[in-house]
Design a protein around this ligand. Structure first.
Ligand code: NDP
Length: 276
């Protein structure tokens, strides 16, 4: 699969599996584990999770899904802001590694800003990296100003910034995404289907018919067509996991791209970064 280069030089796949809302219910656990295992069998090379999801439950399911694989996927996880102190970040990472049953997290992110001082979090990230417990580190839900603060405080993120970005929420295109491109930091687009609500828009359905794909594939292919953007749709259904992967094969004509711009216009000015 195509990949994106991180500031560290490491490669990150452009498409992965999301896991928010997984690990919250014992009744749904089997279905969630099955969807992840099936996705890995199909060739998804990346899984995004967080200590927050199911309060560790999602990481445990991911750990079970990847246990024993000869080629484990690229793993992204996140620390809660209230755990992101110097010592707290390290302890949270150790807990995540245990639940994930791995020695190293490929990309470890601060879930959102607001708990501990950023200096402390970054110091802990550097220590974890030096100890080989994480390969790269980054942030999530950071708007342009937060990214500038991060750059001032640190020599530079080695990883990515994960933010809400999809056809129906194009705010980051105004100044965040261009600035990240300047600094060669990939944007990880979360909620690429706007949690499913984007798929109910008649304009998307119509254009998907024209492009010969499903609305979800069109929404994902549009993100994947943007330079420096990777994405992580979530599904607990085998069929939809398969459907979403096929977005990689969708070719968007200039006409469809122009019609998407008309139906889902890019921002005309600064919009504060939205967060779910
Ligand atoms: P998504 O935009 O990925 O949408 C997920 C929803 O869409 C689910 O209800 C899923 O249902 C449904 N769905 C998935 N594929 C299809 C399809 N092909 N057709 C119809 N419905 C579909 O939302 P998420 O919020 O889950 O975002 C993706 C991931 O991003 C998260 O799981 C998480 O890993 C990450 N994230 C990070 C955040 C952050 O703050 N850093 C915040 C939010 C998300 P079903 O499961 O039944 O298929």
């Amino acid at each position: 699969m195509r990949s994106c280069k991180l500031p560290s030089g490491a490669a990150m796949p452009v498409l992965g599996l999301g896991t928010w809302r997984m690990g919250e219910s014992a009744r749904r656990r089997g279905e969630e584990l099955d969807a992840l295992k099936y996705g890995l069998e199909l060739g998804y090379p990346m899984i995004d999770t967080a200590e927050m999801y199911g309060e560790g439950g999602a990481e445990e399911i991911v750990g079970e899904a990847i246990a024993g694989l000869s080629t484990p996927p690229y793993i992204v996880s996140k620390v809660y802001p209230h755990n992101a102190t110097r010592a707290g970040t390290i302890a949270a990472c150790e807990r995540s590694l245990k639940r994930l049953r791995i020695e190293r997290i490929d990309l470890y992110l601060l879930h959102w800003r607001g708990g501990a001082r950023l200096e402390e979090t970054f110091e802990a990230f550097h220590r974890l990296r030096a100890a080989g417990k994480i390969a790269d580190f980054g942030v999530s839900n950071f708007d342009r100003g937060d990214m500038e603060d991060a750059a001032r405080l640190d020599k530079g993120l080695t990883g990515s910034n994960q933010v809400l970005y999809c056809l129906s929420r194009r705010g980051p295109e105004f100044d965040l995404l261009p600035r990240m491109r300047q600094r060669s930091i990939p944007l990880m687009a979360y909620s690429p289907l706007d949690q499913g609500s984007l798929l109910r828009k008649p304009a998307l359905k119509k254009l998907a018919d024209e492009a010969g794909c499903t609305p979800a594939q069109l929404a994902l292919a549009w993100l994947l067509a943007q330079p420096g953007v990777v994405t992580i749709p979530k599904s607990s259904s085998r069929e939809r996991v398969k459907e979403n992967l096929a977005a990689l094969d969708v070719k968007l004509s200039p006409k469809v791209l122009a019609e998407l711009d008309r139906a889902f216009p890019p921002p005309k000015g600064k919009q504060p970064l939205e967060m779910l």
